[in-house]
Design a protein around this ligand. Structure first.
Ligand code: FAD
Length: 392
C-alpha cells in the first residue's frame, strides 16, 4: 500500500485540504481538474512517504459521529436578522455569542471576484461578510491551520462549513478541543467555482454590466420559502432572479452540478460530525401552521453536550419548539442519504473551457418544464401552504 494520498476515483476526495495542510514537507499541492474542483497532487521530489496525509483524510479515516440529542424548529426574535439570513439566521446568533466572548468565527465569504472561500471573522461587522448560503464549493484555504493557532491561544472558535469540511477539520486537528464549536448544515452538494464563474460571465454579457455581489437567498421580493437571488451590479443596479427560471440555480437545485464526492457523501446521515447542524425547516406548516414564519424557520439539531450548552445561551433570542428528527427528515432527505447522481450530471461540465458562456449555458444548463416552473414561482407561498395542507 502506498504511503501517500492517491485519489483513484474523484468521489474519494472532498477537497478539504487536510492532507495538504498537515504535510510537514509541503509535498502536496491542490490542483483544479477540468471541471474546476480541487484535488491533491503529491510532489515526488518532496514526499518522504511518511503517510501522515492519509491519516488525516476524512474519507480514509472514521470521524466520530453523534446522534442528535435534541431537535428543534427555531424562529429568530430579531426579524431583520432572520430576513438578512438564509433560514432564520441561527448561524449568526451562535456566531455573535462567540464574538462577544472575544472568540472568532470561520465561515464562507463571497469575494468581489465571485470566488468563495472560508475566512476568519473576529468582530460583528465581519459576521455580515459570512452570512448567507453560497451554493458553491467554498475553499478552506489556510483556515484549518488558523483554527489550530487560535485554539492553542485558548480562544473560543466556531467553524461553520459543510459536513465534509467539519470532518476534514476534525481529522486535521487530531484531538478534541473544548474551545472549538463546529456547525454544519444539511447539505445537498456543491458545484465548482469554475461553473459559477462561467455562469456569472454569461449573466454579465446578458445584462451588460459587471456583477459585484450575488445573494443566493434574498428575501426582499419573496418570502423565505421561495428561492430568489439578488444580484448587485457595478452601476448599483439590483437584479432579482427566480431560482426555477435561472440556469445555474435550477441545475443546482436539481442536483445536476455537484462535486462527485457529494453523490457518495459519507456525512449525509442522521448521525452528525458537528456539535450543531442547521437547515431550513421545510414543511413546518404541516407540523404546526402557527409556527410558520415568512422570515424563515430553521431546523436545528443539537448533537453534543457542548452544542447543547451553546444553544442554552440563545434561549432569549429565539422562539423554539422541540420536534422529532423524523419531522425534519420528511422534507430534507439529505439527512439520510446523499443526493442521487442522475445521468444529467455526466456531461454538464463539458465544454466549460471551449464554449462561449452563452453557448455553454444554453447547451448544458438546461431548464426543463419552464412554464410549470414559472407558474410555481408566481403562486404566493400562503396559497401553496394551503394546497399542501389540503393534499395532506
Ligand atoms: C451548499 C449548501 C447546500 C445546502 N443544502 C441544504 C439542504 O439541502 N437542506 C437544508 O435544509 N439546508 C441546506 N443548506 C443550509 C441552509 O441553506 C442554511 O445555510 C442553513 O439553514 C443556515 O441558515 P441560517 O439562516 O442560520 O444561516 P446563514 O445566514 O445561511 O449562514 C450560513 C452559514 O454557512 C456558511 N456557508 C455558506 N455557504 C457555504 C458554503 N458553500 N460552504 C461552507 N459554508 C458555507 C456561512 O459562512 C454562514 O456562516 C445548504 C447550504 C449550503 C451552503
Amino acid at each position: 500500500m502506498e504511503d501517500y494520498i492517491q485519489i483513484k476515483e474523484k468521489k474519494d476526495c472532498v477537497g478539504c485540504r487536510a492532507c495538504e495542510k498537515i504535510c510537514p514537507q509541503k509535498a502536496i499541492i491542490m490542483q483544479e481538474d477540468e471541471e474546476g474542483f480541487i484535488y491533491p497532487i503529491v510532489l515526488d521530489d518532496k514526499c518522504v512517504k511518511c503517510g501522515i496525509c492519509k491519516k488525516v483524510c476524512p474519507l480514509l479515516n472514521e470521524v466520530k459521529k453523534e446522534k442528535p440529542l435534541k431537535t428543534y424548529a427555531i424562529k429568530n426574535k430579531d426579524e431583520e436578522c432572520a430576513r438578512k439570513s438564509t433560514s432564520a439566521g441561527i448561524a449568526y446568533l451562535f456566531s455573535k455569542k462567540i464574538i462577544e466572548k472575544n472568540g472568532c468565527v470561520f465561515g464562507s465569504k463571497l469575494n468581489k471576484d465571485m470566488t468563495v472561500n472560508q475566512i476568519e471573522v473576529t468582530n460583528l461587522e465581519g459576521l455580515d461578510e459570512i452570512r448567507g448560503s453560497k451554493y458553491i464549493f467554498s475553499d478552506t484555504k489556510e483556515t484549518f491551520v488558523d483554527v489550530k493557532n487560535e485554539l492553542l491561544k485558548d480562544k473560543k472558535v466556531i467553524y461553520i462549513g459543510t459536513p465534509c469540511q467539519i470532518a476534514g477539520l476534525k481529522s486535521f486537528l487530531k484531538k478534541d478541543f473544548d474551545n472549538l464549536y463546529t456547525i454544519d448544515f444539511i447539505c445537498h452538494g456543491v458545484p465548482s467555482q469554475k461553473l459559477f464563474l462561467k455562469y456569472i460571465k454569461y449573466l454579465e454579457e446578458k445584462i451588460r454590466q459587471s456583477i459585484i455581489y450575488y445573494d443566493f437567498r434574498n428575501k426582499e421580493k419573496k418570502v423565505w420559502g421561495n428561492f430568489c437571488a439578488k444580484i448587485l451590479t457595478n452601476n448599483n443596479k439590483n437584479v432579482y432572479i427566480n431560482a426555477n427560471s435561472d440556469p445555474y440555480y435550477y441545475n443546482f437545485l436539481k442536483g445536476n452540478t455537484y462535486r462527485e464526492s457529494c453523490y457518495d457523501c459519507k456525512f449525509a446521515k442522521k448521525e452528525r460530525v458537528s456539535d450543531i447542524t442547521l437547515g431550513d425547516f421545510w414543511g413546518i406548516e404541516l407540523i404546526d401552521s402557527n409556527f410558520y414564519d415568512d422570515n424563515g424557520v430553521s431546523a436545528v439539531l443539537i448533537n453534543s453536550e457542548k452544542g447543547r450548552k451553546l444553544f442554552l445561551e440563545l434561549v432569549n433570542d429565539i422562539e423554539f419548539k422541540e420536534v422529532l428528527l423524523d419531522d425534519i427528515l420528511k422534507k430534507n432527505k439529505n439527512l439520510e442519504r446523499p443526493t442521487e447522481r442522475k445521468i444529467t450530471r455526466n456531461n454538464i461540465y463539458y465544454g466549460i473551457d471551449t464554449l462561449s458562456p452563452k453557448k455553454f449555458v444554453k447547451k448544458n444548463l438546461i431548464i426543463k418544464n419552464k412554464v410549470k416552473n414559472f407558474i410555481k414561482t408566481i403562486i404566493p407561498i400562503k396559497i401553496k401552504n394551503k394546497i399542501k395542507k389540503i393534499l395532506k
